[in-house]
Design a protein around this ligand. Structure first.
Ligand SMILES: Cc1cc2nc3c(=O)[nH]c(=O)nc-3n(C[C@H](O)[C@H](O)[C@H](O)COP(=O)(O)OP(=O)(O)OC[C@H]3O[C@@H](n4cnc5c(N)ncnc54)[C@H](O)[C@@H]3O)c2cc1C
Length: 435
């Protein structure tokens, strides 16, 4: 049984089903019926990709795997049972012989007043869809506003956290709002929408190669993004954001991309953790529980290429760990021998929208259209399905104006920042979370 169908869980299920050839029952428990290709989520928020393009059908692409829709909330390791709640609120439980925990991560909060109430995260599909509609709505309301102060606040977008998520959201966002403003009679002659990207670090993309930071910085500034490093948020209100240097930015849009923390399920298991991630050995096994494995963002996997460190929370690692976990599950059932997880980073690709990207495949620094083309090619290859659909959207984007409509299906309260389940939108009858 695999809990969580993200990069690690999906790859684990796919590999196991190939290895088992029908000789094992493989159950995949996940709250929704798709694998979310998270790296392209900023393109959904910017109206380039339709949401279903980045959602790969689990039942359609994983033959031999039984999908159970549900959110796991408890694991009884002695009884070998996982309890879950299904999308209609019904309780259920499943027993297992082998368990792989791949529940990923959720938005990280910082104790800044007002942020939980007024900011939105960027980790799941509902948040990306909310943001797409919210941005479109702000531009439309600004176009109709008589008051210049309101117009300015509605066209000011603040992104906090300049890791790859925040950088990509700001890079795509500014192109999106420029397009929307050009199409809006009320804004066509007005000042351009304003984007700010803030980080406490002294450069964009902290933690990645400095050459990627320099490229991203240059591209964002050339588009007019106000990049502010060594800057943090002191308070958020419904009118805007107070910075630590005392400046108040009037805005209706605070996008919180300060990072992620492991899924709270991990904390509730009563097993040893390292910074909230479940401790595992180099074979991705949970010590003392030979039938339990864990990997991806939710697990602290020893990084054999950097002794003493754990692998970073990236798709690159999660996907490969899922594959190794599958082999080790098979080995624990007598098929093959266990493999230690070892992977040296192959570089990173940061999609900056338009034809731009900052990339260092195999640690060769690239920028400009070549990096942009490579980044898109990489994503197409890395996606397990939907490639033609994604490529078709990119083609349409190249020849047609941006499709600026908001469906308004998600409200601000349905995508709270502080949530254990960023993968599903909150509904009016949902009980409050007890995190
Ligand atoms: C905007 C953005 C862009 C990114 N770009 C890149 C990139 O370019 N390259 C890169 O390497 N990394 C990138 N990352 C990071 C990458 O997406 C994560 O490291 C990766 O998704 C982790 O994979 P995972 O399988 O551990 O978790 P996830 O992919 O998050 O999957 C976890 C799954 O578990 C499910 N789940 C959660 N809780 C439960 C539960 N209790 N019960 C059942 N199911 C549950 C979730 O619904 C989800 O399906 C990006 C992240 C973001 C947010």
């Amino acid at each position: 049984m695999i809990v969580g169908a993200g990069f690690a869980g999906y790859e684990c299920a796919r590999t196991l089903s190939r290895l088992a050839k029908g000789a094992a029952e493989i159950v995949l428990l996940n709250p929704h019926d798709y694998f979310l290709y998270v790296p392209l989520l900023p393109e959904v928020a910017a109206g380039i990709l339709e949401p279903r393009r980045v959602a790969v059908s689990l039942t359609g692409t994983l033959p031999g795997v039984r999908l159970v829709l549900g959110h796991a909330h408890d694991v009884d390791f002695d009884a070998r049972r996982v309890s879950y709640t299904d999308p209609e609120g019904r309780e259920g439980s499943l027993s297992y012989d082998r368990l792989v925990l791949t529940v990923g991560s959720v938005n990280k909060l910082l104790p800044v007043p007002g942020v939980a109430e007024h900011a939105h995260g960027f980790r799941g599909m509902p948040e990306a869809l909310y943001l797409r509609d919210h941005i479109t709505r702000q531009i439309e309301l600004a176009g109709a506003a008589e008051d210049p102060a309101e117009r300015s606040a509605r066209t000011t977008f603040v992104v906090v956290g300049a890791g790859y998520t925040g950088t990509e959201v700001a890079a795509h966002g500014v192109l999106f709002t420029d397009d929307l403003a050009r199409q809006n009679t009320g804004l066509r002659d007005g000042p351009r929408p304003r984007w700010l990207l803030l980080d406490v670090a002294d450069r964009l993309l902290p933690g990645l190669d400095e050459r990627l930071s320099r490229t991203a910085d240059r591209v964002l500034r050339s588009r007019g993004v106000d990049v502010r490093t060594r800057t943090s948020v002191k308070e958020a209100t419904s009118d805007g954001v107070l910075l630590d240097d005392g400046e108040f930015l009037h805005s209706r849009s605070l996008i919180w991309c300060v990072g992620v923390r492991p899924d709270p399920l991990v904390d509730s298991l009563g097993l040893p953790t390292d910074k909230g991630r479940l401790c595992v050995d180099k074979f991705l096994g949970v010590p003392g529980r030979p039938e339990v494995f864990a990997c991806g963002d939710a697990a602290a996997v020893p990084d054999l290429t950097r002794p003493g460190e754990v692998t970073p929370m990236t798709a690159q690692h999660a996907q490969r760990q899922g594959k190794v976990a599958a082999h080790n599950v098979a080995a624990s059932c007598g098929q093959g021998s266990p493999r230690a997880y070892e992977h040296r980073d192959l570089g990173f690709m940061v999609d900056l929208g338009g034809v731009q990207a900052a990339a260092n495949p195999l640690h060769i620094p690239l920028s400009g259209p070549l990096a942009g083309a490579l980044t898109r090619a990489y994503h197409l290859l890395a996606m397990p399905d939907n490639r033609i659909r994604v490529a078709a959207d990119w083609l349409l984007e190249a020849v047609l104006p941006r499709h600026g409509v908001q469906l308004g299906l998600l409200s601000s309260w349905s995508v709270p920042l502080d949530t254990e389940t960023p993968e599903v939108a909150r509904l009016p009858h949902d009980p409050p979370e007890t995190a």
